[in-house]
Design a protein around this ligand. Structure first.
Ligand SMILES: [Ca+2]
Ligand SMILES: [Ca+2]
Ligand SMILES: [Ca+2]
Length: 640
């Protein structure tokens, strides 16, 4: 037999390869299924699956043992299928084979039916009885060094680069639960754990250099857990372990936009998935007041509502019914599959109220005790209060939003306690509480991840930071602390404000998670805050008591939290640089509230005569006194 020349063999091989590729290119392929799982007896049934793939034109979908309702909806490019699946109440838990078939072939994947949700001790919501603590996952504690430079996204880890991943993760949070418990924390708000882009960000340059998605706000997959942080299993372990320690978990969600590298950007599932396209969209003007300005023209509102955040974050169009459905299911899925307790919603005001109405209704229908706090970053009560739910606003829509981050109170707290400006800006702001539907559920804060830290404000001192904590932990609302503020960490702006917690990372010189690793100032501050979280836990009036402001001057402010039959907690602030003696007539305020019992043991700095409280408060400090059935000694600056 004649030998075939090598060149002919190569040519034959190439033809074969070309044929194989052509055939393969025509057969359907499944890349992803959202959601990957669901549970029986859900308030949402059927579930709408979004199948992402290739060559899906004219496809039929079969799901082992489950009924497909209605013919599937397939996009023109054959890259997405929307299909409704009915999950009967008695569906057994387990993986089910999902098959997509066309005349050109078929592709298989799987969808998981979960066991019906065990609701005991889960989906708890939050309340003024909680003390919340915001953790930026990447910057708190590195509990698993094996995920610092994952295969999926090599080269994004560098502790020396403030815009790169630093190694913090979900295991790190699990490891530090005892520390948080010691501080008196009952709820953790974690920055987003969505899977963010796996590459360097060349679109958003920081100091002229590429950055990463370490902050979590740039999802590339709304159903994935960022591989630098852990896995879905690890997240469930965190929620379960936290619950066993009496700590709730609050998820940070983003519904306004996707990250700049989400696969939808170049191939959206519907033509109206985003407001505009990468090359043709409105730029966000951030004229947020236009949203409730009765005289603003429609374009002004659209620029704020539909404009792309920072001009590169693709703005989701929640008025596309498929987008709305996708986002609602996505939220329910995270809650249902992990057992978490509350949501902090990013960029709330840039998403239409009528979408929020549908979204909050769906969340409450499935998880009645659940609570949501929205981010409306604005110092104006008139503006901020517009977004709280509980009543329809002039647009005829009740968004259903429970709570807001109390930024209108955040700025006066900084002005008074950090900069030493007049304290009366605080009661002046609280006086506007009537504009809120419910001010008692607002989340109060003295620091967060988008602002410079308290201790980096001009004029900030540890004494001032103590006062700010004393205020947040005794006024109305749900107090929220920012990781590291309890040891007075510094950081003038973002991302310096997102520094690594000392002791959370391999090779750290000291461990501030332990008393031995803290400086004297840090330890004093930590103990001061711990004292207030303890009081808040033990004295019910500090949680739900009526807030009665009874004395205000330029640098002094005194109020009480009072619950009939349960007592009154009085706190007197002196923000001045010299001590002060005050005489406060308490009698009128105590009649319907606490009772002046155990008059004899008011303690140092206090006196009581004919219903008048005499109090001596040192410079830049706070004094507290308790009137009630249970007696605690009065303190002049609880740290002394
Ligand atoms: Ca790690
Ligand atoms: Ca990733
Ligand atoms: Ca928007």
């Amino acid at each position: 037999m004649d030998a075939i020349k090598p060149s002919v063999l190569i040519r034959l091989f190439c033809v074969h390869l070309w044929l194989s590729i052509t055939v393969a290119a025509q057969a359907p392929e499944i890349l992803k299924i959202d959601p990957p799982s669901w549970w029986p007896m859900s308030t949402v049934n059927p579930i709408r699956l979004l199948i992402h793939g290739r060559n899906l034109q004219e496809a039929r979908v079969q799901l082992e043992g489950l009924r497909i309702i209605n013919p599937p909806k397939i996009n023109e490019g054959g890259t997405y299928i929307f299909v409704d699946v009915f999950i009967p109440a008695n569906a057994r838990a387990g993986q089910r084979l999902l098959t997509v078939s066309t005349s050109r072939g078929s592709a298989k994947s799987s969808f998981e039916v979960l066991a019906p949700l065990n609701r005991a001790g889960k989906f708890q919501g939050f309340s003024p009885a909680d003390v919340m603590y915001l953790i930026m996952i990447d910057r708190f504690s590195d509990g698993d060094q094996s995920n610092n430079d994952p295969l999926q996204s090599r080269g994004l880890y560098d502790r020396k680069n403030k815009f790169y991943y630093h190694g913090g993760d979900l295991q790190g949070v699990i490891d530090r639960l005892p520390y948080l418990k010691e501080l008196g924390i009952t709820a953790i708000w974690l920055t987003p754990w969505y899977d963010n882009y796996d590459r360097l960000n060349q679109i958003e340059l920081k100091e002229d250099k590429p950055s990463t998605g370490f902050h979590g706000y740039n999802p590339q997959d709304f159903y994935g857990v960022e591989e630098h942080f852990g896995t879905l299993a690890k997240l469930r372990e965190l929620v379960d372990t936290a619950h066993r320690s009496g700590i709730k978990i609050i998820q940070d969600q983003v519904m306004n936009h996707t990250g700049p590298y989400h696969p939808w950007v170049d191939d959206p599932p519907t033509p109206t998935w985003f407001n505009g396209t990468k090359s043709n969209h409105l730029k966000n003007s951030f004229q947020t007041w236009a949203l409730h300005d009765p005289r603003a023209v429609e374009l002004l509102k659209r620029e704020t509502m539909e404009g792309w955040f920072l001009d590169f974050l693709p703005d989701l169009n929640q008025h596309d019914p498929e987008v709305s459905r996708y986002l609602i299911q996505n939220t329910l899925w995270w809650i249902g599959t992990t057992g978490l307790d509350g949501i902090r919603m990013d960029t709330w005001q840039y998403v239409p109220n009528d979408f929020w109405r549908d979204w909050t209704r769906a969340v409450k229908r499935e998880f009645p005790k659940f609570k949501v706090v929205g981010e409306v970053k604005d110092g104006d009560v008139v503006h901020t209060s517009f977004f709280q739910g509980g009543r329809a606003r002039f647009d005829g829509v009740d968004s259903g939003l429970d709570s807001l981050l109390d930024f209108p109170l955040f700025y006066p707290i900084r002005h008074a306690f950090a900069e030493g400006k007049p304290i009366d800006e605080i009661p002046k702001t609280l006086a506007k509480d009537y504009l809120y539907n419910d001010s008692n559920i607002l989340v109060t804060l003295l620091g967060g991840h988008d602002d410079g830290r308290f201790m980096s404000e001009k004029g900030a001192t540890i004494a001032g930071l103590k006062l700010a904590n004393a205020f947040v932990l005794t006024t109305r609302g749900v107090p929220q602390l920012y990781y590291g503020d309890e040891i007075g960490m510094k950081g003038e702006d973002e991302p310096a404000t997102r520094g690594d917690f000392p002791g959370g990372f391999p090779g750290d010189k000291r461990n501030a998670f332990t008393a031995a690793g803290r400086t004297k100032d840090e330890q004093e501050l930590f103990e001061y805050i711990r004292q207030f979280t303890k009081w808040r836990r033990e004295y019910e009036p500090l949680q739900t008591g009526k807030l009665i402001n009874f004395y205000v001057s330029e640098q002094q402010f005194a109020y009480m939290r009072s619950t009939p039959g349960k007592g009154s907690f009085v706190i007197v602030f002196n923000n001045d640089n010299k001590p002060v003696d005050l005489e406060i007539d308490l009698e009128p305020y105590l009649r319907d509230g606490g009772s002046l019992v155990d008059k004899a043991s008011l303690g140092r700095g206090f006196g009581l005569n004919d219903g008048k409280l005499y109090v001596h408060v040192g410079q830049r400090s706070a004094s507290t006194v308790w009137f009630g059935p249970r007696q605690i000694p009065a303190r002049k600056n609880p740290n002394e």
